[in-house]
Design a protein around this ligand. Structure first.
Ligand code: HEC
Length: 84
């Protein structure tokens, strides 16, 4: 069974995606300062690489690390959401 955050936490993570991530990746995640996070754009990228990017950020770019705010399981869950 895949990990599912509790309902209230899912809502928090969705809000974070829209507001925090959306501030750079666009409110609809189709790109802005950061690249598009829509399924088309992420399809060929390894899942673990995307999870790592979210947790650790990318040095030398505007992408910050989210490790202080979300767990690895939550990052995996977010990537699953992004890919659908
Ligand atoms: C301050 C701006 C900013 C915020 C906020 C931000 N990102 Fe990013 N993100 C970027 C930039 C810029 C890149 C591209 C880095 C590069 O050039 O490799 C990126 C890259 C990524 C990638 C890799 C995309 C790819 O095609 O390889 C993922 C996944 C990602 N961000 C997810 C998130 C998520 C999820 C959040 C919110 C939790 C978030 N980002 C918040 C700026 C941001």
């Amino acid at each position: 069974m895949a990990f599912e955050p509790e309902q209230a936490r899912q809502q928090e993570l969705r809000n974070m995606l829209a507001h925090d991530c959306g501030s750079c990746h666009g409110l609809t995640l189709k790109g802005g300062l950061g690249p598009s996070l829509l399924p088309d754009a992420l399809l060929n990228k390894p899942e673990q690489f995307l999870v790592q990017t979210i947790l650790e950020g990318r040095k030398g770019t505007a992408m910050p690390p989210w490790k202080p705010f979300i767990t690895e399981q939550e990052a995996v869950w977010l990537v699953q959401k992004l890919l659908k």
